[in-house]
Design a protein around this ligand. Structure first.
Ligand code: ATP
Ligand code: MG
Length: 502
């Protein structure tokens, strides 16, 4: 059964992204002197007028000073700053393709991505510039130093260039899109998926696919202080941030009363954290769900349709179906793999013909690899990820379900469950890594094994036999997570193997 979005369809204009962004801002009442972005750290502001001028000068600079052609790829490898948006729109206005990269990558990781998308130039933050130079010096990347452009200060002797050195006022052939067909067939952005389940894949997004794509990074106290000082009304979080907020020992010190809407996405949010957030914060948490492949969020939740645990309903123009292992379409409240079709779904993966043939069905639905169901009111629930299920003697065990239970134990600050191979039982078994609450961990180191054992017994009392943590419970200082808060299970498995010699 195919479920249509319960929201009326909307007409998506055939227009290029920079023009669309600036026109929508103006239509929503933004004047040229209205701040578009504020950097919480340096307090620097970029107005809409400055954004308009600067992205145009960057585009001209890319064409006239760097020789960038239509369709060339230019990367941004930098943390969020007020330069991010002008560079992003500048690249696209020049007719080039913008490829974004996690600012936490090391030299081999960034080299892989620069080579995979064949980037001609790269904008960098200060620390990231050093990493690209390392990659070039080690022969991992073949790029002239002066095509590395930093947003940071530039000192004598630096091999790469400062942003102001490339800005230009010379005329250039600005990209203009005026039809839907052109918008849908013109590549605007390549984002790489998080690499949670395999190597990161280059996701090709057209002008039509996109609204705006932001990957924020947080520090918990800066984040809370910013909400208080700037009287933030719309706050966007990920589950690991929300967990830090609700478990913050001094949460009461911050005035968060300005918040009117609080959203959370990117990974599954445990029931326990969602409930605590709704007690402690002025508004309830609206979850959203999406993939790189769907240009970001594909579901949304509103306050008046809020149901705890749900990621909301499909965005307009979207269709969803749930399918079992045999490819049979399921009905209401039946759990299966979520397949989605929408104007937001990517053009395809870059240089991956086999994956592209596999990931779309004949009707253009994208297989998400996520498991969930839809209820009679059109609310969607995400329950699992196919690749994260643990197989105990042929029975499926959900790591997420076990983490949910672990998080309700008072001694557990954070938790991750992985499947490890048990040679005696000749099967994969679930085991948990937990971060113990500070007071337990500090009180007496000898207590740790005892508390871990207690936690294992605590879980055993709450789940069926096949779901028990037969691999045990171990304490760890921090659960490895990526920038958006996803548990890096592969990394945890590698660490586990190194520690246990398994
Ligand atoms: P890769 O595809 O490279 O293995 P990834 O799928 O983690 O990595 P992203 O595209 O960043 O990379 O993340 C999309 C995935 O994030 C979804 O497939 C889903 O598993 C998970 N996700 C996103 N939002 C939610 C949510 N609200 N609840 C549960 N899971 C979510
Ligand atoms: Mg994925």
């Amino acid at each position: 059964m195919i479920f249509e979005s319960i929201v009326p369809p909307i007409d998506i204009p055939g227009v290029d992204i920079p023009t669309h962004f600036l026109a929508s801002a103006k239509a929503n009442g933004a004047a040229p002197e209205t701040p578009a972005f504020v950097d919480i750290g340096s307090q620097a502001t970029l107005t809409y007028g400055e954004l308009d001028k600067m992205h145009d000068r960057i585009a001209s600079g890319l064409v006239n000073n760097l020789g960038i052609h239509k369709g060339d790829v230019v990367m941004i490898f930098a943390p969020n700053s007020i330069f991010y948006a002008p560079a992003y729109f500048g690249i696209i206005a020049a007719g080039a393709v913008c490829c974004t990269a996690s600012s936490m990558y090391n030299a081999p990781e960034i080299a892989y991505q620069l080579n995979d998308c064949k980037a001609k130039a790269v904008f960098v933050g200060k620390a990231q510039g050093e990493i690209v130079i390392q990659a070039i010096e080690q022969g991992l990347v073949d790029m002239p130093y002066h095509n590395v452009i930093t947003f940071g200060d530039i000192f004598p002797g630096y091999l790469y260039r400062g942003l102001h050195e490339i800005l230009s006022d010379e005329p250039y052939n600005r990209l203009r899109i005026t039809t839907k067909e052109e918008a849908a067939s013109t590549l605007a952005v390549i984002v790489y998926s998080s690499g949670t389940t395999g190597r990161p894949k280059g996701v090709m997004l057209s002008h039509y696919n996109l609204t705006q794509y932001i990957l924020p990074s947080y520090h918990i106290d800066t984040f809370l202080r910013a909400i208080q000082d700037f009287k933030i009304q719309y706050a966007v979080t990920v589950p690991s941030i929300l967990a830090q907020i609700v478990k913050h020992p001094n949460l009461g010190r911050y005035d968060l009363s300005s918040v009117k809407s609080l959203s959370c996405g990117a990974a599954s949010l445990t029931k326990n954290i969602e409930e605590r957030a709704s007690w402690l914060l002025p508004v309830s948490v609206n979850q959203g769900y999406g993939l790189s492949e769907t240009s970001g969020g594909i579901t949304l939740m509103t306050d008046h349709m809020h149901i705890p645990g749900s990621v909301g309903f499909m965005v307009p123009n979207g269709q969803v179906k749930f399918v079992d292992e045999n490819g049979t379409e399921l009905g209401v409240s039946q759990e299966g793999e979520l397949w989605v079709r929408s104007s937001q779904v990517m053009m395809g993966y870059l240089n991956c013909p086999e994956e592209n043939a596999q990931v779309f069905d004949k009707d253009g639905f994208l297989r998400t690899g996520d498991i969930g169901y839809i209820n009679e009111t059109g609310h969607i629930f995400i329950t699992d990820r196919i690749k994260e299920l643990i197989k105990y003697k042929g029975m499926q065990v959900s790591a997420i379900e076990l983490e949910d239970i672990l998080m309700t134990h008072e001694a557990v600050e954070d938790a991750a469950v992985i499947g490890v191979y048990d040679h005696q039982r000749e099967t994969e078994v679930p085991m948990a890594y937990v971060v113990l609450a500070g007071n337990v961990d500090r009180a007496d180191k000898c207590m740790v094994p005892k508390v871990c054992m207690e936690i294992q017994v605590f879980v055993a009392a709450k789940v069926a036999g096949h779901k028990q943590l037969r691999g045990g419970v171990r304490s760890i200082r921090a659960i490895p997570r990526n920038a958006s808060g996803k548990i890096l299970r592969r990394e945890l498995k590698t660490r586990h193997a190194a520690v246990t010699g398994a």
